[in-house]
Design a protein around this ligand. Structure first.
Ligand code: SF4
Length: 509
C-alpha cells in the first residue's frame, strides 16, 4: 500500500451532488457538470467515437452494463463500480441475471465523500486492497454517471500496483449511447494498455501457444460456434482464427493484436479498431453471412492478408456450395421487421433476405460506421429501410406500417407485436444467441424463424378466445366483472378540457 494517499478535491462536486442527477435527469445538465469537472476531453472522444443522431439516445439499458460485462467475463480480472447505489443495484442484478458468477465490486459514496474528494481516496484504497498479483492480472474501475459528472479523476490512479494493471474508465449514460458501445470503451482501453506493454518489451504468449498460420482477430461477442465455423471457412486460405475480442483473459489481448487482419464482425468497436490500426492491422467489415455476404467477406479477408486468388476461390467453393444446398432445400416465406441494440442487426438482416424472407425494415440502436457500410448499402439495394440509432417509436412505426408475419425486436417491440397478434422473437435472447455464420447460421435461422411464424394460428386462437378481455380499462386484476362508467369518463374529460381552455386563455392573456 502506498504511504501517501492524496485527497483530490472535486472540481465540480456541487454540480454533481445536486438533487436528481441520473439518467432521469437532464442530459445537458450532466454534460455541463462533467465538462466543468474536467471530463471534456474524454467526452469529446466519446462524441467522436460514438456519433449520435438522429436521436440523442436510443432507448436501451444502462450503457455501463456493456463495460461491466466485458470485465466480468475476463479471467483474473476484478471489476469495481463507482456510482449511485441504485445504478449499482441495477447493474449487479442484470449481471447476475446474465450469469456473471463473479463478484461486482462497489465503492459507495455519499454527498460528503463526493464533495470532499474522499470518494477518490476510497476508490484508491479499494484498488490497493484488491491488487493481489496471485489472483489478478487487472482491476477495472468504472465511473458511472454521478462520479463522471463530478470529475472523480480515475486517471490519477496508478497504472499498476504490485504487477496488477489498473484501468479506470468513465462510462456515463450521457456520454456513451448504448451498452454495445460501452463494451468498446473497456475493450479499447485494455487493448491500448496491452499495446503499450507489447511495444515496451516481450509479453506473454497465448495459453495454447502462437498459431503457425497468420491469424484473424474477430471483433465482437458472438455465439461460441461462430469462430469455429469461420476457422473452417478460412482454412483453405492458410489462415486461422486467432482471438475473439473482447477477450476472456489479459494475455489474449497480445494475441489479438498479433494478427494479420481484424474482422470487425460487430461494427461499433471504434476505440478498439483505433488500437488495431495503431498496431498496423488492416480492418475488414461485414461478416460471412449468407451466400453473397460470405463470398464478399472471404474476398475481403483474402485481399487484406495478401492471399492468392486461387486460394480465395478454394475457400469460397468449399463454403458456398454447401450453403447453396441448404438455401435450395429450406426457405423463409414471410414478411419480417427487425430491430435490436446488439449491433449485429444488419448481419441478421442480410441472412434473412438470403434465406428468402421479405424483410422491410431493420433498426439498430448502434451507429453507422465504415464497418457496416457495405451491409447497409447491400440492404438498401434490396429495398430494405435501414435505420441507425433507431428509436423505439421508429421500430414500432415500421411494425405498424409493414404489418409483418414476424416481428423480431427488443422487449417493448415484441410486447407490442404480441398485443397485435403478430408472432415475434426477442433479438437479444433468441436471435443473437445462436450461430449466424456460414452454413450453420443459415440452417439455424431458417428453423427458428419458420417455427415462430408457424405460431400465427395459435395467436389467432388465443385472440378469438380472450377477445378484448384485459385490454384498456379492463387491464389488471379484478375480483368481479369490471363495470364501466362512461358518464364518469365523460365528466372527467369535460373538466379536463375546461382546464385546458382556461390555461390557454391565461397564456394568451
Ligand atoms: S449509471 Fe446508468 S443507471 Fe445510473 S444514472 Fe447513469 S445511465 Fe442511469
Amino acid at each position: 500500500m502506498s504511504d501517501i494517499i492524496p485527497i483530490t478535491p472535486l472540481t465540480n462536486a456541487a454540480a454533481a451532488s445536486a438533487d436528481g442527477l441520473g439518467c432521469h435527469a437532464g442530459k445537458d445538465q450532466m454534460l455541463d457538470a462533467a465538462a466543468k469537472a474536467g471530463k471534456s476531453e474524454v467526452l469529446a472522444q466519446y462524441a467522436a467515437d460514438y456519433p449520435k443522431g438522429p436521436h440523442d439516445q436510443p432507448q436501451s439499458m444502462c450503457p455501463a452494463f456493456g463495460s461491466l460485462r466485458v470485465g466480468l467475463r475476463m479471467r483474473r480480472t476484478a471489476t469495481i463500480l463507482s456510482g449511485s447505489a441504485c445504478c449499482v443495484y441495477g447493474l449487479t442484478f442484470t449481471s447476475h441475471f446474465y450469469g456473471a458468477r463473479r463478484t461486482v465490486g462497489y465503492v459507495p459514496f455519499n454527498s460528503e465523500t463526493l464533495v470532499t474528494g474522499k470518494l477518490f481516496e476510497d476508490i484508491r484504497e479499494a484498488v490497493y486492497a484488491q491488487a493481489d498479483p496471485e489472483k489478478l492480472d487487472c482491476i477495472v474501475i468504472i465511473n458511472l454517471c454521478v462520479p463522471t459528472a463530478s470529475g472523480v479523476p480515475l486517471q490519477l490512479l496508478p497504472k499498476e500496483i504490485n504487477g496488477v494493471r489498473i484501468i479506470g474508465i468513465d462510462v456515463p449514460g450521457f456520454g456513451v449511447p448504448t451498452h454495445a458501445e460501452a463494451k468498446d470503451v473497456l475493450a479499447g482501453a485494455m487493448l491500448h494498455y496491452a499495446r503499450q506493454e507489447a511495444m515496451a518489451g516481450p509479453v506473454a504468449a497465448p495459453r495454447q501457444g502462437r498459431s503457425a498460420k497468420p491469424t484473424i482477430t474477430l471483433l465482437g461477442e458472438m455465439f461460441p460456434a461462430d469462430p469455429m465455423i469461420i476457422a473452417q471457412m478460412i482454412a483453405p486460405m492458410d489462415l486461422a482464427v486467432g482471438t475473439v475480442a473482447p477477450t476472456r483473459e489479459w494475455r489474449e489481448l497480445y494475441a489479438a493484436l498479433d494478427c494479420k487482419a481484424v474482422a470487425a464482425i460487430h461494427p461499433f468497436y471504434t476505440a478498439s479498431v483505433r488500437e488495431f490500426q495503431a498496431a498496423g492491422r488492416p480492418i475488414v467489415g461485414s461478416a460471412p453471412v449468407g451466400i453473397e455476404g460470405t463470398h464478399d467477406w472471404l474476398g475481403s479477408i483474402g485481399a487484406a492478408c495478401g492471399v492468392s486468388q486461387d486460394k480465395i476461390d478454394a475457400a469460397r467453393n468449399q463454403t458456398l456450395g454447401a450453403m447453396r444446398g441448404v438455401l435450395a432445400s429450406q426457405k423463409i416465406n414471410g414478411r419480417i421487421t427487425l430491430s435490436g441494440y446488439e449491433g449485429s442487426e444488419l448481419l441478421v438482416a442480410r441472412l434473412l433476405i438470403e434465406c428468402g424472407a421479405d424483410l422491410r425494415y431493420v433498426g439498430s440502436a448502434c451507429p453507422a460506421t465504415p464497418w457496416n457500410q457495405h451491409d447497409a448499402d447491400w440492404l438498401k439495394s434490396k429495398g430494405v429501410d435501414v435505420q441507425f440509432r433507431a428509436s423505439l417509436e421508429q421500430d414500432l412505426a415500421a411494425m405498424h406500417e409493414f404489418k409483418p408475419q414476424l416481428a423480431i425486436g427488443t422487449t417493448p417491440v415484441v410486447q407490442a407485436a404480441k398485443e397485435l397478434c403478430i408472432p415475434s422473437l426477442y433479438f437479444t435472447n433468441l436471435i443473437s444467441a445462436r450461430p449466424l455464420m456460414g452454413v450453420a447460421g443459415a440452417g439455424s435461422l431458417i428453423q427458428v424463424v419458420n417455427a415462430a411464424m408457424g405460431n400465427q394460428a395459435r395467436f389467432d386462437e388465443m385472440k378469438a378466445f380472450f377477445g378484448t378481455v384485459g385490454q384498456g380499462d379492463e387491464a389488471g386484476v379484478w375480483e368481479n366483472v369490471p363495470v364501466m362508467h362512461p358518464d364518469f369518463k365523460k365528466e372527467v374529460r369535460r373538466q379536463f378540457e375546461k382546464k385546458q381552455k382556461k390555461r390557454k386563455a391565461e397564456e394568451m392573456g
